[in-house]
Design a protein. Structure first.
Length: 545
């Protein structure tokens, strides 16, 4: 397969709009757009963004669930070189304030929120002191976020926010600039790794368009395909697979919020050929639903999942008419490095993440010496390719540390590669959890817990969970003359950090398992695993929930 062509994101949309203007490009819940309508919507948003005074290189935050409007805003920003900063809709005030300030965004686009779950205007006022007292919403003057000039809402007018209708007078028929260079940043995606706060990954246009071409080529995607994917677009995966279908002029079917009932409605209406739930939390929820009927899903030829081999086999058996594939990727690699090949055996597809996509190189390196190891020898996964990010915002030192002298990115994950080039993922070298598909930095949660006056020190580890794959457990040492309950620790987190980061179990400790200088986290993990194993044996596993 040939190395992908380097293109900007708007270029692939325009090419498909020329090729199939009247074909439906996107169905999201009950809304749809043709390729021509999507291109026109992007151009309209581009003029609105220019009307705000934003220029190429400025950053535009987007805080809203999956929607046609979100895609149009991303496309419009891309047309004029403005960098989109997708914000996790599950973030709370602490995380949101960090993203706004760290990114240096000039504007933020939002909506009313999620009914019964969150009001974004209220959340923004809580996160950004002084917002509610702003007199001119087009000239914000916030001490915490001095570069943020305006917040636009799709919804009802609110204090400090300007309604999107106010942009129409600014969005005149001004000519749009030429599309940006493929190396120009398209996205600033925030991800949790080993740092105390989410860090911004600078993703250029060519990363997402090159990966989209490679994935489409590997699986023979065409304009006849329908790709169902419920993943959120504040994660790179939700945007990458949208881009696959935009590039190949096929139909992308998404959801603003996943529920099995709504998913089956869409599946019945659109008859997908590619099924991309990816995470077991989604796939198993569908399989356990009364409406699940494998014989009625005979349009699906490919299904994608990342899970342990026994779970993969269960999913493959349920979708007997389709072929199950796995993958390996992360935000820094624009969501994809390796995918299974169609010619891989069933066991290879159950047990490996496949081989490198066109345009990528994949090696296993000794974590200390950074030299390649032999096939089937365990080491750190290192990658190099056209879909690689450009580095971490505001942290050149971290960026430099993560790259080898040969330009390979050290992923912080451990694995092996067999003689045929197939990758086997064996876990994380870095101090990071994966909770229901969300990356969680242990250090970030520990740092937050340490802000409680009764907590002297906190350590967070992961424990296996049937539903989420892994959930956080916090070990807490109290400050002198202080006390705190397990329930109080959890209550302290609610509303301040995203729900998936909140420890499911808390243990109060007086002594730590130590090496000469460091707390031995693996001992803490063994301790909680042993406790739960004994609890399961006698039917009385306990823990704060």
């Amino acid at each position: 397969m040939a190395v992908p062509t380097l293109l900007s994101f708007p270029e692939i949309v325009r090419a498909s709009a020329i090729r199939r203007p009247d074909a439906v490009a996107i169905i999201l819940d009950r809304e749809s757009r043709t390729f021509f309508e999507l291109l026109a919507g992007g151009e309209r948003r581009a003029r609105e963004i220019l009307g705000l005074g934003l220029v190429a290189g400025d950053r535009l935050g987007v805080l809203m669930p999956n929607s046609i409007e979100l895609i149009e805003i991303l496309l419009g920003a891309a047309m004029v070189g403005v960098v989109t900063v997708p914000i996790n809709t599950r973030f709370k005030s602490t995380e949101l304030a960090h993203i706004v300030t760290d990114s240096g965004m000039s504007a933020l686009w939002t909506c009313d929120g999620i009914p019964g779950v969150v009001s974004y205007p209220d959340l923004l006022c809580e996160s950004l002191p002084g917002l509610g007292e702003t007199k001119n919403p087009f000239a914000l003057d916030l001490t915490l976020a001095p570069r943020l000039r305006t917040i636009i809402t799709q919804g009802e007018p609110a204090a400090g926010l300007s309604n999107v209708s106010n942009l129409r007078s600014l969005a005149n028929a001004r000519p749009l600039p030429q599309f940006p260079d493929p190396e120009h940043p398209l996205l600033l995606m925030y991800t949790s790794g080993t740092t105390a706060k989410p860090k911004g990954c600078i993703v250029p246009h060519r990363a997402i368009t090159a990966n989209a071409q490679s994935i489409g080529s590997r699986y023979g995607i065409s304009s006849n395909d329908v790709w169902w994917c419920p993943l959120p677009m504040f994660h790179i995966g939700g945007l990458l697979f949208l881009t696959v279908m935009l590039d190949h002029a096929g139909l992308y079917v998404g959801m603003s919020h996943f529920t099995p009932e709504a998913a089956f409605d869409l599946i019945d209406a659109t008859r997908p050929t590619v099924f991309y739930p990816l995470f077991p939390t989604i796939t198993l929820a569908l399989m356990d639903h009364p409406r699940f009927d494998a014989t009625a899903l005979d349009s699906i030829r490919c299904i994608f999942s990342v899970a342990p081999a026994d779970v993969q086999r269960k999913i493959q058996a349920a979708f007997s008419n389709a072929t199950l594939f796995s993958a390996f990727g992360m935000t820094e690699t624009c969501g994809a490095v390796a995918f299974n090949l169609s010619e891989d055996t069933n066991e290879q597809r159950m047990n490996t993440c496949g081989s490198a996509l066109p345009g990528w190189e994949l090696e296993i390196l000794d974590p200390e010496t950074r030299t390649p190891v032999a096939p089937d020898v365990t080491g750190e996964i290192a990658v190099k390719g056209v879909g690689l990010f450009k580095g971490y915002l505001n942290d050149p030192e971290l960026t430099a540390r993560q790259f080898t002298d040969r330009g390979f990115f050290m992923t912080g994950d451990i694995g092996t590669v067999d003689a045929g080039g197939r990758l086997r993922f064996l876990g994380r070298l870095k101090d990071q959890l994966k909770v229901g598909g969300e990356n969680v930095s242990a250090l970030e949660v520990e740092s937050f817990l340490a802000t409680h006056p009764a907590i002297k020190l906190a350590q967070v580890v992961g424990i296996a969970d049937d539903k989420y794959g892994e959930v956080p457990v916090a070990f807490v040492e109290t400050a002198a003359m202080q006390s705190i309950s397990e329930e109080e620790v959890i209550a302290f987190c609610v509303g301040k950090i995203a729900r998936f980061k909140i420890p499911r179990h808390v243990r109060i400790v007086r002594e730590w398992p130590m090496s000469a200088t460091k707390i031995l986290k693996y001992r803490l993990r063994e301790q909680i695993e042993l406790e739960f194993a004994r609890g399961l044996q006698d039917g009385s596993a306990s823990g704060a929930r």
